[in-house]
Design a protein around this ligand. Structure first.
Ligand SMILES: [Zn+2]
Length: 125
């Protein structure tokens, strides 16, 4: 009931008489998972609007990433996309075996830094 009375009455008050044919804006919700505090932020968008891939976390201000089917989307970083990735550059300079070793070092470093590891994103790719 409360929800219903909020919808559309105030906006465009002058058009109440011709409610017939008025199309209410369809809405949809998207959820963003914060990369900093891991909280989920659920936001409402117009259904025909393309949801941005990232949003500022309402809790900590960190970067929250859009969830699709409960997984965070691959964020398109625009200008970084065209450039070679760090991974590409690494492969030009190192053998796979060397990389394995570096990865181990890196993982050990991350685990030490974060307490208990399980860090998917920050490693590379
Ligand atoms: Zn956050």
């Amino acid at each position: 009931m409360a929800d219903r009375s909020l919808r559309g009455i105030r906006l465009g008050a002058q058009s109440l008489q011709s409610e017939e044919g008025v199309v209410f804006m369809e809405r949809t919700q998207h959820t963003y998972e914060c990369t900093v505090c891991a909280r989920e932020n659920t936001l409402t968008f117009a259904a025909d609007a393309e949801a941005p891939q990232t949003w500022e976390c309402r809790t900590c201000g960190g970067e929250a990433i859009l969830l699709v089917d409960n997984k965070t989307v691959e964020v398109d970083r625009g200008e970084e996309k065209a450039a070679r990735t760090h991974w590409d550059m690494l492969l030009e300079r190192r053998t796979r075996a060397e990389l394995e070793e570096l990865l181990e070092e890196r993982l050990a470093y991350l685990r030490a830094r974060r307490g208990q590891g399980e860090s998917r994103e920050k490693i590379g790719a």
